[in-house]
Design a protein around this ligand. Structure first.
Ligand SMILES: [Zn+2]
Length: 266
C-alpha cells in the first residue's frame, strides 16, 4: 500500500515536519542523490508564498514549491531525461503528480474560447473563466497498452519513436467516443493488422510525460500473421519466455505487463 494520498490545497501552510517537492522554472525537479529521493525535508523553512499541498501522509503533508534558493551539495535539479533512472513505483507517483500539477498551475493560464486570463487554481483543481463563464480542469489523456499472446508466444513491437531499441507493448491514445476495449481492438488492428479475443484489464499507471493515464491489457491474437503499419511500427515479432528481447525497465507499466504476459503462457 502506498503512503502517499493525493490531496490538493492552496491554503495549507507548510509546517516544520512537512515535506517538499520542488520544480524550477525550467521544469526540472529537485532530487537528493544521497537519499535517492524527490521529496525533501522542509528544513530551512525556505518556502515562500506560493506552495500547494499535493499529498497527505499519515502525520504530515507534501507541498509543491517553485525553485528553492539554498540547496545542498547532495541536491540537484534533474530534467526529464536525467530523472528516469531514479524512478521507482513510489517516486513515479510523486513525480507524475508534481509535474502535471506544475503544468496546470503555471502553464495553462488562458481560456481556449476567449483568450481571457483564467482565475488562480482552486482547491478542487479548477480554474475559472469570468467571461465565458466556464470552469476548466486539468487534462489527462487515457492511453492503452496491450500485449498479445498466441499459444506459447507474446507479440512485442519496436515503435518508430525516440526509444527504437526497446521491444514493448502496442500502445495508443483512446479516441473520442471509444471504450477502452474498442481502443485496444482498433490499435492492435491498425498497428499489426491482427484480430483479437479475450481482452483482459491488467492495471494502470499515471505517466507524466506529458499527462497520460496508461491502462494495460492482455489479449489473445486469433492468428500470428502480422502486418505492420510502417509509419508507427518498425518491427513486430513473437517471442517465447526464454528468448525475450530488451524490454522497457521497471517501474514502467509496460515492463509489468510484459512480465505478466510471459508468466501467463502455457
Ligand atoms: Zn472563457
Amino acid at each position: 500500500m502506498k503512503r502517499f494520498t493525493s490531496s490538493f490545497s492552496t491554503k495549507q501552510i507548510p509546517k516544520k515536519n512537512d515535506l517538499v517537492v520542488s520544480i524550477n522554472e525550467s521544469k526540472k525537479i529537485l532530487f537528493n542523490k544521497k537519499e535517492g529521493s524527490f521529496v525533501h525535508n522542509n528544513l530551512n523553512s525556505q518556502l515562500k508564498d506560493e506552495v500547494f499541498e499535493i499529498f497527505k501522509l499519515e502525520n504530515n503533508s507534501v507541498f509543491l514549491s517553485g525553485a528553492l534558493t539554498n540547496i545542498t551539495k547532495e541536491q540537484a535539479y534533474l530534467s526529464k531525461r536525467e530523472l528516469y533512472p531514479f524512478l521507482n513505483e513510489e517516486s513515479l507517483m510523486i513525480v507524475s503528480r508534481a509535474f502535471q500539477l506544475f503544468d496546470w498551475i503555471y502553464k495553462q493560464n488562458y481560456c481556449s474560447r476567449t483568450g481571457n486570463k483564467l482565475s488562480e487554481v482552486r482547491d478542487d483543481l479548477s480554474k475559472f473563466c469570468d467571461s465565458c463563464p466556464r470552469e476548466y480542469y486539468p487534462k489527462m489523456s487515457p492511453c492503452i497498452l496491450v500485449v498479445l499472446t498466441h499459444e506459447n508466444e507474446i507479440l512485442l513491437v519496436r515503435h518508430n519513436n525516440e526509444i527504437r531499441t526497446l521491444y514493448t507493448a502496442i500502445a495508443g491514445f483512446a479516441d473520442l467516443g471509444e471504450s477502452l476495449e474498442e481502443c485496444v481492438e482498433r490499435e492492435v488492428f491498425e498497428e499489426v493488422g491482427l484480430k483479437i479475443k479475450n481482452i483482459n484489464y491488467v492495471g494502470s499507471q499515471s505517466w507524466p510525460f506529458p499527462n497520460q493515464l496508461m491502462m494495460a491489457f492482455q489479449a489473445e491474437a486469433i492468428s500470428k500473421d502480422v502486418q505492420i503499419d510502417a509509419n508507427e511500427i518498425l518491427e513486430a515479432s513473437w517471442f517465447r519466455s526464454n528468448d525475450l528481447p530488451k524490454i522497457p525497465p521497471e517501474p514502467s507499466l509496460s515492463n509489468q505487463l510484459i512480465k505478466r504476459a510471459i508468466n501467463s503462457l502455457i
